[in-house]
Design a protein around this ligand. Structure first.
Ligand code: IPM
Ligand code: MN
Length: 354
Protein backbone atom coordinates (compact mmCIF):
# COMPACT_ATOMS: atom_id res chain seq x y z
CA UNK A 1 0.00 0.00 0.00
CA UNK A 2 1.04 3.60 -0.66
CA UNK A 3 0.47 5.89 2.28
CA UNK A 4 1.49 9.39 3.30
CA UNK A 5 2.36 9.93 6.97
CA UNK A 6 2.95 13.40 8.43
CA UNK A 7 5.64 13.26 11.11
CA UNK A 8 5.22 15.87 13.85
CA UNK A 9 7.99 15.24 16.44
CA UNK A 10 7.33 18.41 18.46
CA UNK A 11 9.34 19.30 21.56
CA UNK A 12 11.51 17.76 24.28
CA UNK A 13 11.98 14.02 23.84
CA UNK A 14 9.43 14.06 20.97
CA UNK A 15 12.06 14.05 18.18
CA UNK A 16 14.06 11.24 19.84
CA UNK A 17 11.15 8.84 20.36
CA UNK A 18 9.52 9.65 17.02
CA UNK A 19 12.82 8.92 15.24
CA UNK A 20 12.64 5.39 16.69
CA UNK A 21 8.97 4.99 15.74
CA UNK A 22 9.79 6.08 12.19
CA UNK A 23 12.60 3.55 12.09
CA UNK A 24 10.07 0.85 12.98
CA UNK A 25 7.62 2.01 10.29
CA UNK A 26 10.47 1.84 7.77
CA UNK A 27 11.20 -1.73 8.84
CA UNK A 28 7.51 -2.64 8.41
CA UNK A 29 7.56 -0.97 5.00
CA UNK A 30 10.41 -3.29 3.93
CA UNK A 31 9.03 -6.51 5.39
CA UNK A 32 5.52 -6.02 3.98
CA UNK A 33 6.40 -4.21 0.75
CA UNK A 34 4.54 -1.00 1.49
CA UNK A 35 5.52 2.50 0.45
CA UNK A 36 5.27 5.11 3.17
CA UNK A 37 5.96 8.72 2.29
CA UNK A 38 7.03 10.56 5.45
CA UNK A 39 6.60 14.32 5.53
CA UNK A 40 8.17 16.12 8.51
CA UNK A 41 6.11 18.98 9.95
CA UNK A 42 6.71 21.41 12.78
CA UNK A 43 4.66 22.53 15.77
CA UNK A 44 4.72 23.34 19.50
CA UNK A 45 7.48 25.31 21.24
CA UNK A 46 9.86 24.44 18.41
CA UNK A 47 7.56 26.24 15.96
CA UNK A 48 7.11 29.20 18.34
CA UNK A 49 10.87 29.72 18.37
CA UNK A 50 11.11 29.47 14.58
CA UNK A 51 7.92 31.13 13.39
CA UNK A 52 6.24 32.65 16.46
CA UNK A 53 3.32 30.27 15.89
CA UNK A 54 2.76 26.93 17.70
CA UNK A 55 0.74 25.53 14.78
CA UNK A 56 1.70 26.97 11.38
CA UNK A 57 -0.92 26.70 8.64
CA UNK A 58 1.44 24.61 6.45
CA UNK A 59 1.53 21.96 9.19
CA UNK A 60 -2.28 21.85 9.30
CA UNK A 61 -2.46 21.64 5.49
CA UNK A 62 0.09 18.83 5.20
CA UNK A 63 -1.57 16.87 8.06
CA UNK A 64 -5.02 17.26 6.46
CA UNK A 65 -3.55 15.94 3.25
CA UNK A 66 -1.90 12.91 4.88
CA UNK A 67 -3.36 9.47 5.56
CA UNK A 68 -2.22 9.71 9.20
CA UNK A 69 -0.15 11.87 11.54
CA UNK A 70 2.49 10.54 13.93
CA UNK A 71 2.99 13.01 16.74
CA UNK A 72 5.55 13.19 19.58
CA UNK A 73 4.79 15.80 22.25
CA UNK A 74 4.45 19.55 22.75
CA UNK A 75 5.68 21.51 25.75
CA UNK A 76 8.60 23.47 27.08
CA UNK A 77 9.11 24.38 30.77
CA UNK A 78 9.92 27.95 29.73
CA UNK A 79 6.20 28.49 29.09
CA UNK A 80 5.02 26.69 32.25
CA UNK A 81 6.89 29.21 34.38
CA UNK A 82 4.91 32.02 32.80
CA UNK A 83 1.16 31.37 33.03
CA UNK A 84 0.51 34.67 31.26
CA UNK A 85 2.58 33.89 28.16
CA UNK A 86 0.42 34.93 25.21
CA UNK A 87 1.67 32.23 22.87
CA UNK A 88 1.96 28.70 24.30
CA UNK A 89 2.75 25.26 22.85
CA UNK A 90 -0.61 23.88 24.13
CA UNK A 91 -2.42 26.28 21.80
CA UNK A 92 -0.79 24.41 18.95
CA UNK A 93 -2.26 21.16 20.25
CA UNK A 94 -5.76 22.60 20.63
CA UNK A 95 -5.54 24.16 17.18
CA UNK A 96 -4.58 20.95 15.42
CA UNK A 97 -7.37 19.10 17.28
CA UNK A 98 -9.89 21.70 16.13
CA UNK A 99 -8.64 22.08 12.55
CA UNK A 100 -8.39 18.34 11.88
CA UNK A 101 -11.57 17.79 13.95
CA UNK A 102 -9.87 15.10 16.00
CA UNK A 103 -13.01 14.45 18.00
CA UNK A 104 -12.32 11.00 19.45
CA UNK A 105 -9.29 10.41 21.64
CA UNK A 106 -8.76 6.72 22.30
CA UNK A 107 -6.50 5.61 25.10
CA UNK A 108 -6.16 1.88 25.72
CA UNK A 109 -5.16 0.87 29.23
CA UNK A 110 -3.63 -2.56 29.73
CA UNK A 111 -0.99 -4.05 31.93
CA UNK A 112 2.20 -5.79 30.83
CA UNK A 113 2.86 -8.95 32.77
CA UNK A 114 6.59 -8.24 32.86
CA UNK A 115 5.98 -4.79 34.40
CA UNK A 116 3.15 -5.51 36.81
CA UNK A 117 5.31 -4.72 39.87
CA UNK A 118 5.87 -1.17 38.53
CA UNK A 119 2.24 -0.26 39.18
CA UNK A 120 1.64 1.82 42.32
CA UNK A 121 -1.48 -0.31 42.88
CA UNK A 122 -1.51 -3.85 44.27
CA UNK A 123 -0.85 -6.56 41.70
CA UNK A 124 -4.06 -8.47 42.60
CA UNK A 125 -6.10 -5.39 41.71
CA UNK A 126 -4.45 -4.33 38.46
CA UNK A 127 -3.38 -7.56 36.80
CA UNK A 128 -5.35 -8.36 33.65
CA UNK A 129 -6.91 -4.89 33.58
CA UNK A 130 -7.77 -4.13 29.98
CA UNK A 131 -10.00 -1.22 29.10
CA UNK A 132 -10.16 1.70 26.76
CA UNK A 133 -11.12 5.30 27.41
CA UNK A 134 -12.82 7.19 24.59
CA UNK A 135 -12.53 10.91 25.33
CA UNK A 136 -14.39 13.57 23.36
CA UNK A 137 -11.66 15.96 22.22
CA UNK A 138 -13.05 18.94 20.33
CA UNK A 139 -15.89 20.20 22.50
CA UNK A 140 -16.86 21.03 26.06
CA UNK A 141 -15.07 23.54 28.25
CA UNK A 142 -11.88 23.38 26.21
CA UNK A 143 -13.55 25.09 23.28
CA UNK A 144 -16.61 26.82 24.80
CA UNK A 145 -16.72 30.57 25.29
CA UNK A 146 -14.34 31.76 27.98
CA UNK A 147 -13.30 35.08 29.37
CA UNK A 148 -12.98 37.63 32.13
CA UNK A 149 -15.23 40.37 33.37
CA UNK A 150 -14.15 43.94 32.74
CA UNK A 151 -12.93 44.44 36.29
CA UNK A 152 -10.88 41.25 35.92
CA UNK A 153 -12.40 39.84 39.12
CA UNK A 154 -14.53 37.13 37.49
CA UNK A 155 -13.64 34.49 34.94
CA UNK A 156 -15.70 31.87 33.16
CA UNK A 157 -15.45 28.81 30.90
CA UNK A 158 -18.50 27.44 29.13
CA UNK A 159 -19.17 23.72 28.93
CA UNK A 160 -21.11 23.25 25.71
CA UNK A 161 -22.15 20.17 23.71
CA UNK A 162 -24.55 19.59 20.82
CA UNK A 163 -26.33 16.31 20.12
CA UNK A 164 -24.34 15.66 16.92
CA UNK A 165 -21.05 15.89 18.85
CA UNK A 166 -22.32 13.49 21.49
CA UNK A 167 -23.73 11.08 18.92
CA UNK A 168 -20.55 10.81 16.86
CA UNK A 169 -18.35 10.06 19.87
CA UNK A 170 -20.87 7.60 21.35
CA UNK A 171 -21.03 5.83 17.99
CA UNK A 172 -17.28 5.23 18.14
CA UNK A 173 -17.60 3.98 21.72
CA UNK A 174 -20.53 1.63 21.01
CA UNK A 175 -18.69 0.20 17.99
CA UNK A 176 -15.55 -0.29 20.00
CA UNK A 177 -17.53 -2.10 22.72
CA UNK A 178 -18.97 -4.37 20.01
CA UNK A 179 -15.41 -5.37 19.06
CA UNK A 180 -14.46 -5.94 22.68
CA UNK A 181 -16.32 -7.36 25.69
CA UNK A 182 -19.57 -5.50 24.93
CA UNK A 183 -19.60 -3.30 28.03
CA UNK A 184 -19.89 0.46 27.75
CA UNK A 185 -19.72 2.93 30.61
CA UNK A 186 -20.87 6.50 29.98
CA UNK A 187 -19.21 8.77 32.55
CA UNK A 188 -20.96 12.06 33.33
CA UNK A 189 -22.16 14.33 36.12
CA UNK A 190 -25.84 14.20 35.21
CA UNK A 191 -26.91 14.97 38.78
CA UNK A 192 -25.51 18.50 38.34
CA UNK A 193 -24.64 19.42 34.74
CA UNK A 194 -27.03 20.17 31.86
CA UNK A 195 -24.48 18.94 29.30
CA UNK A 196 -24.23 15.64 31.17
CA UNK A 197 -28.00 15.24 31.07
CA UNK A 198 -27.90 15.66 27.30
CA UNK A 199 -25.10 13.08 27.10
CA UNK A 200 -27.06 10.59 29.21
CA UNK A 201 -30.31 11.13 27.31
CA UNK A 202 -28.48 10.63 23.98
CA UNK A 203 -26.67 7.52 25.24
CA UNK A 204 -29.90 5.91 26.47
CA UNK A 205 -31.60 6.62 23.15
CA UNK A 206 -28.68 5.23 21.12
CA UNK A 207 -28.34 2.13 23.30
CA UNK A 208 -31.61 0.82 21.80
CA UNK A 209 -29.69 0.37 18.52
CA UNK A 210 -27.07 -1.72 20.27
CA UNK A 211 -29.11 -4.31 22.22
CA UNK A 212 -26.07 -6.60 22.63
CA UNK A 213 -24.13 -3.89 24.51
CA UNK A 214 -24.44 -3.67 28.28
CA UNK A 215 -24.46 0.12 28.66
CA UNK A 216 -24.34 1.79 32.05
CA UNK A 217 -23.94 5.38 33.21
CA UNK A 218 -21.85 6.49 36.17
CA UNK A 219 -21.04 9.82 37.80
CA UNK A 220 -17.47 10.92 37.24
CA UNK A 221 -16.57 11.15 40.94
CA UNK A 222 -17.61 7.54 41.48
CA UNK A 223 -15.87 6.42 38.26
CA UNK A 224 -12.60 8.06 39.31
CA UNK A 225 -12.65 5.98 42.47
CA UNK A 226 -13.53 2.72 40.74
CA UNK A 227 -10.77 3.09 38.13
CA UNK A 228 -8.34 2.65 41.01
CA UNK A 229 -10.27 0.14 43.15
CA UNK A 230 -11.73 -2.18 40.47
CA UNK A 231 -9.98 -1.47 37.13
CA UNK A 232 -10.78 -4.95 35.82
CA UNK A 233 -14.51 -4.14 35.76
CA UNK A 234 -14.12 -1.76 32.83
CA UNK A 235 -14.23 -2.44 29.12
CA UNK A 236 -14.99 0.80 27.21
CA UNK A 237 -15.42 4.12 29.01
CA UNK A 238 -16.71 7.13 27.09
CA UNK A 239 -16.78 10.67 28.43
CA UNK A 240 -16.59 14.36 27.65
CA UNK A 241 -13.41 16.36 27.13
CA UNK A 242 -12.52 17.61 30.62
CA UNK A 243 -13.55 14.46 32.51
CA UNK A 244 -11.64 12.44 29.92
CA UNK A 245 -8.51 14.52 30.39
CA UNK A 246 -8.49 13.78 34.11
CA UNK A 247 -9.59 10.13 33.96
CA UNK A 248 -7.05 9.17 31.28
CA UNK A 249 -4.15 10.51 33.35
CA UNK A 250 -5.50 8.67 36.36
CA UNK A 251 -5.97 5.45 34.39
CA UNK A 252 -2.51 5.62 32.83
CA UNK A 253 -0.76 5.22 36.18
CA UNK A 254 -2.39 1.90 36.99
CA UNK A 255 -0.33 0.26 34.25
CA UNK A 256 2.82 1.53 35.96
CA UNK A 257 4.35 2.32 32.62
CA UNK A 258 3.54 5.76 31.26
CA UNK A 259 6.41 5.29 28.81
CA UNK A 260 4.54 2.46 27.09
CA UNK A 261 1.05 3.73 26.43
CA UNK A 262 0.00 4.89 22.95
CA UNK A 263 -3.10 6.81 21.92
CA UNK A 264 -5.12 7.67 18.85
CA UNK A 265 -7.17 10.73 17.98
CA UNK A 266 -9.68 9.93 15.28
CA UNK A 267 -10.63 12.87 13.10
CA UNK A 268 -12.84 13.94 10.26
CA UNK A 269 -9.94 14.60 7.85
CA UNK A 270 -7.25 12.29 9.17
CA UNK A 271 -6.20 10.67 12.45
CA UNK A 272 -3.31 11.41 14.75
CA UNK A 273 -1.33 8.96 16.88
CA UNK A 274 0.82 9.89 19.84
CA UNK A 275 2.38 8.51 23.01
CA UNK A 276 0.46 9.61 26.10
CA UNK A 277 3.61 10.81 27.85
CA UNK A 278 4.58 14.46 27.49
CA UNK A 279 7.72 16.19 26.25
CA UNK A 280 9.71 15.15 29.39
CA UNK A 281 12.15 18.09 29.14
CA UNK A 282 14.52 16.72 31.81
CA UNK A 283 15.44 13.82 29.54
CA UNK A 284 15.76 15.77 26.31
CA UNK A 285 18.86 15.00 24.24
CA UNK A 286 20.11 12.34 26.68
CA UNK A 287 19.11 9.30 24.63
CA UNK A 288 17.34 7.82 27.70
CA UNK A 289 13.63 8.33 26.91
CA UNK A 290 11.51 5.22 26.45
CA UNK A 291 10.57 4.97 22.74
CA UNK A 292 8.04 2.16 23.29
CA UNK A 293 4.94 4.38 23.62
CA UNK A 294 5.86 6.11 20.35
CA UNK A 295 6.55 2.75 18.69
CA UNK A 296 3.22 1.36 19.93
CA UNK A 297 1.56 4.54 18.63
CA UNK A 298 2.99 3.67 15.21
CA UNK A 299 1.45 0.20 15.63
CA UNK A 300 -1.91 1.76 16.49
CA UNK A 301 -1.56 3.99 13.41
CA UNK A 302 -1.09 1.00 11.12
CA UNK A 303 -4.02 -0.84 12.67
CA UNK A 304 -6.56 1.98 12.93
CA UNK A 305 -5.68 4.27 10.02
CA UNK A 306 -4.51 1.69 7.45
CA UNK A 307 -6.25 -1.46 8.71
CA UNK A 308 -2.84 -3.24 8.70
CA UNK A 309 -3.52 -5.71 11.51
CA UNK A 310 -0.67 -8.11 10.83
CA UNK A 311 1.87 -5.29 10.62
CA UNK A 312 0.54 -3.74 13.85
CA UNK A 313 0.71 -7.07 15.65
CA UNK A 314 4.28 -7.67 14.58
CA UNK A 315 5.30 -4.38 16.20
CA UNK A 316 3.48 -5.33 19.42
CA UNK A 317 5.19 -8.72 19.46
CA UNK A 318 8.59 -7.09 18.93
CA UNK A 319 7.98 -4.65 21.79
CA UNK A 320 6.97 -7.52 24.06
CA UNK A 321 10.11 -9.40 23.12
CA UNK A 322 12.23 -6.37 24.05
CA UNK A 323 10.41 -6.15 27.40
CA UNK A 324 10.82 -9.86 28.14
CA UNK A 325 14.52 -9.81 27.24
CA UNK A 326 15.05 -6.73 29.42
CA UNK A 327 16.02 -4.49 26.51
CA UNK A 328 14.56 -1.53 28.36
CA UNK A 329 15.29 2.13 28.99
CA UNK A 330 16.10 3.39 32.50
CA UNK A 331 12.46 4.08 33.51
CA UNK A 332 11.64 0.35 33.49
CA UNK A 333 15.10 -1.26 33.44
CA UNK A 334 15.79 -4.31 35.62
CA UNK A 335 19.54 -3.92 35.95
CA UNK A 336 21.25 -2.66 32.80
CA UNK A 337 19.53 0.29 31.10
CA UNK A 338 19.57 0.57 27.32
CA UNK A 339 19.45 3.84 25.37
CA UNK A 340 16.48 5.10 23.37
CA UNK A 341 18.27 4.15 20.14
CA UNK A 342 19.35 0.72 21.37
CA UNK A 343 15.76 -0.17 22.27
CA UNK A 344 14.62 1.07 18.83
CA UNK A 345 17.40 -0.90 17.08
CA UNK A 346 16.47 -4.07 18.92
CA UNK A 347 12.79 -3.80 17.99
CA UNK A 348 13.72 -2.92 14.40
CA UNK A 349 15.89 -6.05 14.14
CA UNK A 350 13.15 -8.29 15.51
CA UNK A 351 10.84 -6.97 12.77
CA UNK A 352 13.44 -7.22 9.98
CA UNK A 353 14.28 -10.78 10.96
CA UNK A 354 10.69 -11.95 11.31
C1 IPM B 1 -3.68 15.91 27.05
C2 IPM B 1 -3.04 17.18 27.59
C3 IPM B 1 -3.71 18.38 26.94
C4 IPM B 1 -5.18 18.35 27.29
C5 IPM B 1 -3.11 19.74 27.31
C6 IPM B 1 -1.61 19.79 27.10
C7 IPM B 1 -3.78 20.88 26.58
O1 IPM B 1 -3.15 17.22 28.97
O2 IPM B 1 -3.50 15.63 25.85
O3 IPM B 1 -4.34 15.19 27.79
O4 IPM B 1 -5.59 18.85 28.35
O5 IPM B 1 -5.95 17.83 26.49
MN1 MN C 1 -4.18 15.55 29.84
Amino acid sequence: MNKQIAILPGDGIGPEVIAEAKKILTAVEKVFNHTFKFIPVIGGATAIYQFGDPMPQTTIDICKDSDAVLFGAFGDPKFDKDPNAKIRPEQGLLKIRKELQLYANIRPIYTFLSLIDKSPIKKEIVEKSDFCVVRELTGGMYFGMKGRSEDNKTAFDTNIYSVYEIERILKIAFEMAQQRRKKLLVVDKANVLATSRLWRETAIRMSKNYPEIDMQCMYVDNASMRIITTPRDFDVIVTENTFGDILTDEASVITGSMGLMPSASIGVYTSLFEPIHGSYPEATGKNIANPMAAILSASMLLEMAFNMKEEANLIKLAVNKALENNIRTIDIAQDKAYTTQEVGDYIQNVILNS
